[in-house]
Ligand binder design. Structure first.
Ligand code: ZN
Length: 501
């Protein structure tokens, strides 16, 4: 049942009377070429049930084999999260019966995760740093997907029938679980959002996942409970499942805090359950009663050997970690001479990594910065998407910037080239060619246009000849118009003045 938003306790009153405790579980799909325990490909969006085999369909007699790349990614994630890496760990069977899991169990890790006891420092919008302690990061496999047909909501209730796609069953997942986050107070929703954002940036830097929340390759379950101010026993929690955008993480936590508070203040009890977040109403609704660990009857997976990464391998992976987001921020702040505020603005606009990549592709930092924070930010805004979802890559933008630097494009023409790339017309050079956008720098072509413009405005030409140089503007304007803005205005002006000497 969905609580009406007007039944919720006012947020100020919530944080005056209660302390929130959060627990965030993030599932990240690794972008390995093959699944975690078989050789099936993992391409997103393939025809249903074309990427399956006896192992990931759980057919009798099939045996799993661990994906080495999946283990490597898990260790790298653990190291980047300052975790200890297990010297020896095992997979476990998490038993449950549900159609999206053909084996009737999920191969996961239980009390022996590969990475544990870490932390991630999260920078909030005002620059304050909040440390989130990491309980564990463990390896598991994704489930298949159910598609409920015939109902209005896409949920099973009211559907005529359901279809199952097992392409995703067995795709490697890493589940990253925080320790209880206490002391967040009124900033809890903001901290939840910032943590998932920081984790996304980290995973992207590690290049282990597409981290596309909209495609489900990064999903967050948000556990929320409240305890009265001054108490030290956690309240009953609810778990809002599969929240699929950063903004929704913040809104789901805030909603649950207000709903819990309203129930508690009214003398009611919180039911331990999973909840669904509805993007359109920004509310949550009850799902299933939460299972306990006993319900899953975990036991060690007998078909897989334990995973015992050697210390040498772990140290080798540690030494080859890429530049991590916080290190990168420190470096570019010094190199580009940015104030704390400027740096934070770039980070919160989601522009920093894009600018760095554009600079890495050969562009000047100032030009790269200006494109991403002004023109492209406007384009993203107009389309209602994040900056990094725009269909232009840093390499493409760097090419446009190079064309401006070498004089092939003016800034105005460059914007048209970028528009062309955004519209899917191809690479910048193709857009220049097909739209005919090159700056006319050939003097003879420009002179012809200048002569024509002077002949069309004899009175203006006369004025210029008599020394009224400022009158040249009208002629320059006419030439720019005639060349559809593709002339270099400065050069046109020089030619006009030369012609009128
Ligand atoms: Zn398979």
């Amino acid at each position: 049942m969905t609580t009406d938003i007007s039944d919720l306790l006012d947020y100020d009153e919530v944080v005056e009377r209660f302390d929130p405790v959060l627990g965030l579980e993030v599932h990240v799909e690794l972008h390995t070429n093959t699944k975690m325990f078989c050789g099936c490909p993992t391409t997103f969006g393939a025809e249903p049930n074309t990427q399956v085999c006896p192992t990931c369909l759980g057919l009798p007699g099939s045996l799993p084999v661990v994906n080495g790349k999946g283990v490597e990614s898990a260790i790298r994630i653990g190291l980047a999260l300052n975790c200890e890496i297990a010297e020896w760990c095992r997979f476990a069977r998490k038993n449950y019966f549900y159609p999206d899991q053909p084996k009737n169990f999920q191969t996961s890790q239980y009390d022996e995760p590969i990475a544990y006891n870490g932390h991630l420092d999260v920078v909030l919008e005002d620059g304050e740093v909040f440390r989130v302690e990491i309980e564990r990061a463990h390896m598991e496999e994704d489930t298949g997907k159910s598609l409920h047909v015939g109902g209005s909501t896409g949920r099973i209730h009211g559907a005529d029938y359901s279809l199952l796609d097992y392409n995703r069953a067995g795709v490697p997942l890493i589940e990253i679980v925080t320790k209880p986050i206490v002391g967040a107070g009124e900033r809890a929703p903001e901290i939840a959002k910032a943590y998932v954002g920081a984790l996304r940036d980290l995973l992207r830097a590690l290049d282990v996942s597409d981290v596309r929340m909209d495609q489900g390759s990064l999903r967050c379950d948000a556990n929320v409970s409240l305890m009265p101010k001054g108490a030290n026993v956690f309240g009953t929690r609810t778990e809002t499942k599969n929240v699929n955008s950063l903004r929704s993480v913040e809104r789901a936590v805030r909603y649950e805090m207000r709903r819990h508070a309203a129930v508690l203040v009214g003398g009611g009890e919180i039911v331990q359950e999973t909840r669904h977040f509805d993007e359109s109403t920004a509310t949550t609704s009850a799902g299933r009663r939460k299972e306990t660990a006993e319900d899953y009857r975990y036991f060690p997976e007998p078909d897989l050997v334990p995973v015992a990464p050697s210390r040498e391998w772990v140290e080798e992976l540690r030494a080859t970690l890429p530049e991590l987001p916080w290190e990168r921020r420190k470096r570019v702040q010094a190199e580009w001479n940015l104030s704390d505020l400027e740096l934070r603005d770039l980070v919160s606009a989601g522009a920093l990594d894009l600018i760095v990549s554009t600079v890495d592709a050969g562009a000047e930092p100032d030009a790269a910065r200006s494109w991403w924070v002004s023109y492209l930010a406007q384009q993203a805004n107009a389309r209602g998407v994040e900056l990094d979802a725009l269909p232009i890559t840093p390499v493409q933008l760097a090419r446009v910037i190079a064309l401006v630097a070498e004089g092939t494009l003016t800034n105005k023409l460059a914007r048209q080239v970028v528009d062309g790339v955004l519209a899917g017309e191809g690479e910048p050079d193709e857009v220049v060619a097909t739209r005919g956008l090159k700056v006319v720098s050939d003097d003879s072509a420009l002179l012809a246009a200048v002569d024509e413009a002077l002949a069309a405005q004899p009175d203006v030409a006369e004025k210029i000849r008599s020394g009224k140089v400022q009158a040249a503007g009208a002629v320059v304007g006419a030439v720019m118009k005639a060349t559809k803005g593709q002339a270099d205005a400065k050069r046109v002006r020089e030619l006009v003045l030369e012609r009128c000497q």
